[in-house]
Design a binder for this molecule. Sequence first.
Ligand code: CO
Length: 133
Amino acid sequence: MILTEIDHIAIAVNDLDEAIAFYENAFGARVEHREQIERDGVDEALLKVAESYVQLITGTRDDSPVAKYLEKKGEGLHHVGYRVDDCAAALASMVEAGATPIDSEPRPGSRGTTIAFIHPKGAYGTLIELVQE
Ligand code: CO
């Protein structure tokens, strides 16, 4: 079994601070990690839920993929991050199974992880992120 855990559920939001406050007020959730990933044009906050995270994301610039997503589709579920022991092996296995990679090779993600994205087309309409800690 390649999947070891749901790493995170990512939700695209227009106002990150407002969304964080909502999760804090509604669930008593706490931000465990906050990071801007310049390369991807993403500002993110991770709220821990058991061994997984809710990842609230927003764009840092208008031409970033998340900003474009928000513009086109509005706020909502953006992608699912699956935790794996070996990102390269998981990526190869998904491609072998017929999935279309967005990242042809694993690359650095937030909080020191190694990640690769899989296109929603060919993956039942779900943008998938493979996450190796
Ligand atoms: Co993610």
